[in-house]
Design a protein around this ligand. Structure first.
Ligand code: FDP
Length: 408
């Protein structure tokens, strides 16, 4: 397997020499939300070129991030943050893999532990949240943290001897520690999603019950940025292999955990999603409740009467990271659209919708609510939901066109 990876890397060196993808999204875009889901023009961020590749280790995520930081000095603090996330992913991968043996399955506290979304928490939801929080705290690079399992942003200002780097807070990280956790007890793929924003303000949020102080509101506001302000995003997929897929705004790069050396190794350089495809990925039980343009487009796809003329197949794991990973590699459309009961769909904007949309656009795809580009939506609250349709450019554009033709 290692040899196959090395061969793939050597043939992929050319891919690194390609210019930055034309889908680069400016972090400070303020353009109005358009009916088209197309991202704006590219800005410059440099991607490393690897002339020499070690035959034993390939290009590790650590090396990749060091080279990214050397080429883009404004990102110089990112490698240590990535190293925290990478370590957490390895730990979570083991926890998920061993959960049937260690008994870390089922609902937390035997049932009844409810997160701020009103959803019952799995044992692994809580454990993985803690792992990620601790891994990031010790990077010393983080100001504020918001997560699906936390009600308000959590202060992770480094303190005492546990701090590895004595520097001011620079980033805000948002994450979903174990996305798709309702599947985890059945051994179905799950994942961790993360998004990283610049952190301009110094602030502290205390863990307590009586609501937020004004200073804490500043923290909250700091976390609430549109996807166009993301510095980096990515996910770890816990499946047949453990994958780490990321972007820092110059394409999408996929790494696979090589357990024999304990490193993520570059296996999928410069991922590009096919422009059109034959796969859709939705919870079709909700189809009768969807907006008419959404319903009609999918009904046409089913019978080969959509724009491409392809008869689509359905593939839905019900685990966003798994479904998005397949969509990136094979093409297709993944979504959780608005429906009559859930007008904002199900997925969370800040730590699911925006980070995944950043990856999707960087891979050459699109991500829309049907009427707006997901990346440009400014969140009003941390756990805000957003309707999402993302994937192959031409197919997603077909959805956008259907909404627009129907006067939405
Ligand atoms: P889960 O509730 O298991 O964590 O947003 C969470 C999510 O899974 C996504 O990963 C997944 O795409 C979606 O919900 C599945 O929702 P449905 O069960 O309603 O299809």
């Amino acid at each position: 397997m290692k040899l196959a990876i090395v061969a793939a890397l050597i043939t992929s060196v050319g891919a690194f020499m390609a210019p930055a993808p034309s889908t680069f999204i400016s972090r400070r875009t303020t353009s109005p939300i358009m009916a088209t889901a197309s991202p704006p023009a590219p800005a410059a961020r440099k991607t490393p070129v690897f002339d020499e590749v070690c035959e034993t280790t390939g290009v590790t995520l650590t090396r990749f991030m060091i080279e990214v930081a050397m080429l883009n000095p404004e990102l110089s603090e990112l490698p240590s943050l990535f190293s925290g996330i990478e370590t957490a992913c390895k730990a979570i991968s083991n926890m998920v893999k061993r959960s049937q043996l260690t008994g870390d399955i089922g609902y937390a506290e035997g049932g009844g532990s409810i997160n701020v979304q009103g959803e019952e928490q799995k044992t692994l939801d809580i454990m993985t949240n803690d792992v990620l929080k601790r891994a990031l705290r010790f990077t010393g690079k983080l100001g504020v943290l918001a997560s699906e399992e936390e009600d308000t942003p959590v202060d992770v200002e480094p303190t005492g001897k546990e701090v590895m780097f004595d520097e001011t807070s620079k980033y805000v990280a948002v994450f979903d520690p174990l996305d798709g956790s309702s599947n985890v007890d059945a051994g179905i793929p799950t994942g961790t999603i993360f998004g990283i924003f610049d952190h301009d303000e110094e602030c502290v949020v205390n863990d307590k019950d009586e609501g937020l102080t004004e200073a804490e509101m500043v923290c909250l506001t700091n976390t609430l940025k549109p996807g166009t302000d993301l510095i980096a995003s990515g996910y770890c997929l816990y499946s047949s292999s453990c994958f780490f897929v990321m972007t820092v705004g110059c394409g999408v790069y996929g790494f696979t955990l090589d357990e024999s050396i304990g490193e993520f190794v570059l296996t999928h350089p410069n991922i590009k999603i096919p422009e059109t495809s034959k796969i859709y990925s939705f919870n079709e039980a909700n189809l009768p409740q969807w907006d008419e343009p959404m319903r009609e487009t999918v009904e046409k796809w089913r019978i080969g009467e959509g724009k491409s003329g392809n008869s689509f197949s359905s593939r839905y794991i019900g685990s966003m990271v798994g479904d998005v990973h397949r969509t990136l590699l094979y093409g297709g459309v993944f979504g959780y659209p608005s429906d009559k009961k859930n007008v904002n769909g199900k997925l969370r904007l800040l730590y699911e919708g925006a980070p995944m949309s950043y990856l999707m656009e960087q891979a050459g795809g699109l991500s829309t609510t049907g009427t707006k580009r997901v990346m440009e939506i400014l969140p009003d609250e941390v756990h805000q939901r957003v309707p999402i349709v993302m994937g192959s450019k031409q197919d997603v554009q077909e959805v956008v066109d259907a909404y627009s033709a129907a006067g939405f």
